[in-house]
Every structure is written in C-alpha cells, then in structure tokens.
Design a protein around this ligand. Structure first.
Ligand code: SF4
Ligand code: SF4
Length: 254
C-alpha cells in the first residue's frame, strides 16, 4: 500500500479533537488557561505461555502496574488538549497561530499516534483532495516515507513511554483512580487547568516513585462486562456514555 498526501490547510483537524500531549506540552497548554483532560483505560494482565505478562511490548510500555480489587491490571493514562469547536490557536484563515510551538501531535497528523493500527485514510478528517496520487508519498506499507514526520512521531511515542511514571504520580496526586475497561472506551477526567498546571509543574521538578499498587475502579457501560469484571474480583462500576466516558459501544445498562 502506498499513500500520497498533501495538507490542504482546511483546518478540520484543528476542530473538536482531543490532541495527545506530553507533560511539558500539557503544562504549557494549561498555563494558557486551556483545558487538558486525562483519558484512562485499564488493561487486563493476561497470563502468557511463558508465564510472564501477556501484554505486548507496546501496552506494557505505555502503562503502569495497578490493581482493581484482587486483580492485577495496568493503567494507560494520556493527557489530551480538549476543545469544542476551533482550537484556541486557530486563526480565522485556518492557519495555526501557534505554529512554531504547536504540539508534536499537530506536526504528525494524519499519522496515527499509536503503533500497530492499520492506517485508514477514511477515518481521518482530511478532505479527498489531500490524498491525490500526485501528492508526495506519505506511507509505503508500514513505513512512513517522510523523514521529519517519522522522527516527530517516534519522539512522540518515546516521550509517552518515558512519562509513564509521571502519569502514575499525576493520577495519584489528582486522586484519579477510575479507568474504562480497555477496548470498550476511555474514562475522561477534566481537572481545572490551573490545578493540572501546578501539579505538572511540581512533578516536573521531581517526584518520588509512588509506593505500592494503587486500587482502581474499572468502568464500563455494558452490563455483561460489569458482571465479568465483578466475577473476576475487580472493583467495577457501570457508567453511561457522555462527558466522563467515551464509549465505543451503546450503553447496556444493568
Ligand atoms: S495548535 Fe495549531 S495546529 Fe494544533 S490544533 Fe491548534 S491550531 Fe491546529
Ligand atoms: S485536516 Fe488534513 S488537510 Fe486539513 S489541515 Fe488538517 S492535516 Fe491538513
């Protein structure tokens, strides 16, 4: 598969999106009074044939160990800039008013932030004219053809892995201890920008690794999943889709 791409500067990707940020980027974003959310999901720890953790390297690398009731789990927590409508930096002519300092994720769209996802141009908000075969090559198979985009994406992923201990400390500091069951949705936590800004600044100055495993509640909007989690000994709770829970499936209440 080869994919050609050229940005039309339509500005669609600067509307109504959640942009994953590094902790440093989130500190800057919240320092400007803008909203940053924390999305959390709970990954099950599956036994493997070798007897070790069964998660793939990526899920291990982006998550920290925790427990839910008697079950060992892993938590992936991600900082995202959140805005309804236009990004606060978007200019009326659809240029970025923060171009030089825009977050890494803005430099790599429409590439996928997470590895292992089959690239689907139809899932992107770019218009059809951005994908013409006459445009420069963006991807050849799994390989990203544009060197700079590949470097920025690699740096974004590496930063996310490096910041896992900080994200664990941040969740503890803010009292965040609920996560969506992985692959069903994402739990959304929305601290006040000033609160998050000062927590991020404090942690950037240094922190001791948290002791022990924190207990997390696993959230789902599906009664069968709730029953399965409860049976497995987890602390589980039922929610409905909305501002606090981005569900991939329709609500199935108890
Ligand atoms: S920072 Fe700039 S590129 Fe990123 S979403 Fe906002 S306007 Fe768009
Ligand atoms: S949606 Fe696609 S084509 Fe439009 S500005 Fe964003 S990256 Fe460019």
């Amino acid at each position: 598969m080869t994919l050609h791409f050229s940005c039309t500067q339509c500005g669609r990707c600067c509307h109504d999106l959640r942009l994953s940020l590094s902790a440093e980027e989130a500190a800057v974003w919240t320092g400007n009074g803008h909203t940053v959310q924390i999305l959390s999901e709970a990954l099950p720890v599956l036994p493997s044939a070798s007897g070790g953790a069964g998660e793939d390297d990526f899920n291990l690398g982006r998550s920290f160990a925790a427990r839910s009731g008697g079950m060992p789990i892993r938590i992936a927590a991600t900082l995202v800039a959140y805005h309804v409508g236009a990004c606060p930096h978007l200019l009326p002519d659809m240029r970025c008013g923060n171009y030089a300092a825009r977050p890494r994720i803005c430099r790599i769209y429409p590439l996928d932030r997470l590895p292992g996802i089959r690239f689907d141009a139809r899932a992107k908000v770019c218009p059809p004219e951005a994908w013409l075969e006459s445009h420069p090559l963006l991807m050849s198979g799994e390989r990203i053809a544009e060197d700079e985009a590949a470097l920025v994406l690699a740096a974004h992923r590496e930063t996310a892995r490096r910041e896992v201990p900080l994200m664990e400390a941040l969740c503890r500091k803010l009292g965040i201890s609920a996560a969506a069951f992985a692959n069903e949705g994402l739990a959304v936590h929305t601290p006040e920008p000033a609160t998050l800004h000062s927590a991020l600044r404090e942690l950037a100055a240094g922190f001791a690794p948290p002791e022990g495993l924190a207990n997390w509640t696993i959230l789902t909007n599906r009664a069968p999943t709730l029953a399965m989690l409860t049976e497995a000994g987890c602390d589980a709770g039922i929610v409905t889709r909305g501002a606090g829970y981005l569900g991939s499936f329709a609500d199935e209440p108890v």
